[in-house]
Write a protein that binds this ligand. Structure first.
Ligand SMILES: Cc1cc2nc3c(=O)[nH]c(=O)nc-3n(C[C@H](O)[C@H](O)[C@H](O)COP(=O)(O)OP(=O)(O)OC[C@H]3O[C@@H](n4cnc5c(N)ncnc54)[C@H](O)[C@@H]3O)c2cc1C
Ligand SMILES: NC(=O)c1ccc[n+]([C@@H]2O[C@H](COP(=O)([O-])OP(=O)(O)OC[C@H]3O[C@@H](n4cnc5c(N)ncnc54)[C@H](OP(=O)(O)O)[C@@H]3O)[C@@H](O)[C@H]2O)c1
Length: 389
């Protein structure tokens, strides 16, 4: 008798990327919305790649071809020159600038080289910022500036093709919270991505990975290098547990909770669930509205509270909804609920944290110090879990 072959799923990681294709790209932001948030479905068939709700997908993007051409033009090269890229491969310069070099984020090596090659008052000012003691001032100066801005600022600085490649950082992966469950969608991984576009210093800019997905990836082409980044701390209770869950996911922060609810429906999870969602307007940005309605009807979702910030004169955010529902929120906490928060780290997560303390103080009758201790205990018990960016 022969021993059956053991199937080991391939271990995809930064060094062994899974090259996937996309089979659906759909705009979630409606007509008239200032945002461009999209739903993507990436084909997993035949890849062997698996994941759990709470994991993220790492995407290795390529740079915008127009930006690459602009950098080449400023450098005075055609792009056909042979170079060794930052992974040691022999490629044309255009390919190195497209796939290997992080041409939007200037490395200090490049800034120093520009100062050396183009001495003068401007180089002196930049060199002063490169002093380690000036880290904050340098960061402020770099905010909203890319490699192209510095090349244009120092036009007399000339670089050989290989020299230029070596002065850049490597293109970095970007993480996206997975917004689907394999139990509900066994052949694909879904993402919910806000396309980053803004203008700074008079130039229109594009976020590398979000515009790679929304503008440059073509349907049915197999050209997205990916791997799964496990979200170890962002896990659901077992389906048979009655632990309630409270999910707070404004904007793209909704992504893991769509995966959670798909998973809970598929596994018939027992506990109650409460979702807080916020976006700018109910009319244009109520992402996945029909899915939440269906989950409310079939009992997968117990309660949904929404905060549409720009539908009235004063801003209404998820934390305001949490505070308005303080009594019930406190009851759920006392029943042992796990509180999950996903989305913007800089403002939302801080304000939601303050709202959590406020609920514990007002509805729970605790002093500020006791509320802090309660939150600390929640963290220790892994009942306050955040995935913020
Ligand atoms: C665990 C995790 C999960 C995530 N999940 C999601 C998700 O589900 N969906 C999602 O959309 N994103 C998610 N992100 C964020 C995502 O990884 C990327 O950071 C985001 O898409 C931007 O990447 P980008 O390559 O498009 O932009 P980049 O090329 O990285 O550009 C973004 C940078 O541009 C600069 N910038 C942006 N706006 C301005 C401005 N107005 N003025 C000046 N400079 C500006 C900032 O320096 C900013 O860091 C997640 C991040 C993490 C860490
Ligand atoms: N670098 C930047 O300048 C910048 C700006 C925006 C987003 N981002 C990042 O882009 C990513 C995606 O953003 P996103 O599209 O998911 O959504 P988002 O910008 O987080 O917005 C989602 C909702 O949250 C609201 N919001 C704004 N401030 C808030 C606060 N303090 N507390 C609670 N809610 C708040 C927004 O309202 P209003 O917009 O009406 O105030 C909107 O209704 C996130 O990583 C975010 O950090 C960066």
């Amino acid at each position: 008798m022969t021993t059956p072959a053991v199937h080991t799923p391939p271990a995809f990681n930064r060094k062994n990327l899974c090259i996937a294709g996309i089979n659906l790209s759909r705009k979630l932001s409606g007509e008239g919305s200032p945002k461009d948030t999209r739903h993507f479905e990436i084909d997993l068939r035949g890849s062997g790649m698996t994941f759990e709700p709470g994991d993220s997908l790492a995407v290795l993007p390529t740079n915008c071809p127009e930006l690459v051409s602009e950098v080449l033009a400023v450098l005075g090269h055609t792009g056909d020159e042979a170079v060794t890229d930052l992974d040691g491969r022999t490629v044309r310069l255009r390919e190195a600038l497209t796939s290997s070099c992080a041409i939007t984020i200037p490395d200090k090596k490049l800034l120093n080289a520009l100062c050396d090659k183009s001495p003068g008052v401007e180089a002196d000012a930049l060199r002063a910022l490169l002093d380690p003691a000036q880290k904050e001032a340098l960061n402020a100066h770099l905010y909203g500036r890319e490699v192209i801005d510095f090349l244009l600022q120092f036009p007399s600085a000339k670089f050989e093709p290989q020299e230029f490649v070596s002065l850049n950082k490597k293109v970095q992966i970007r993480l996206y919270s997975i917004s689907s469950s394999l139990r509900a969608n066994p052949d694909s991984v879904h993402l919910t991505v806000a396309t980053v576009r803004y203008t700074s210093h008079g130039r229109a800019r594009k976020g590398v990975a979000s515009t790679f997905l929304s503008e440059r990836v073509t349907l049915d082409a197999t050209d997205i290098p990916t791997f799964i980044n496990p979200g170890k701390g962002f896990r659901l209770p077992a389906p048979e547990e009655t632990t309630p869950i409270i999910m707070c996911g404004p904007g793209t922060g909704i992504a893991p909770f769509r995966a959670f609810l798909q998973e809970r429906k598929a596994t018939g999870a027992k506990g109650k669930s409460w979702l807080f969602f916020g976006e700018i307007s109910a009319k244009t940005d109520f992402f996945y509205e029909e899915e939440w309605s269906a989950h409310l009807v079939d009992g997968t979702l117990t309660r949904l509270d929404t905060a549409f910030s720009r539908d009235q004169t004063e801003k209404i955010y998820v934390q305001h909804r949490i505070e308005q529902a303080a009594a019930e929120f406190w009851e759920w906490l006392e029943e042992g609920a796990i509180f999950y928060v996903c989305g913007d780290a800089s403002r939302m997560a801080t304000d939601v944290d303050k709202a959590l303390h406020k609920v514990i103080e007002t509805a729970g009758g605790k002093s500020p110090e006791e509320a802090t201790a309660y939150v600390e205990q929640m963290k220790t018990d892994k009942r306050y879990r955040r995935d913020v960016y």
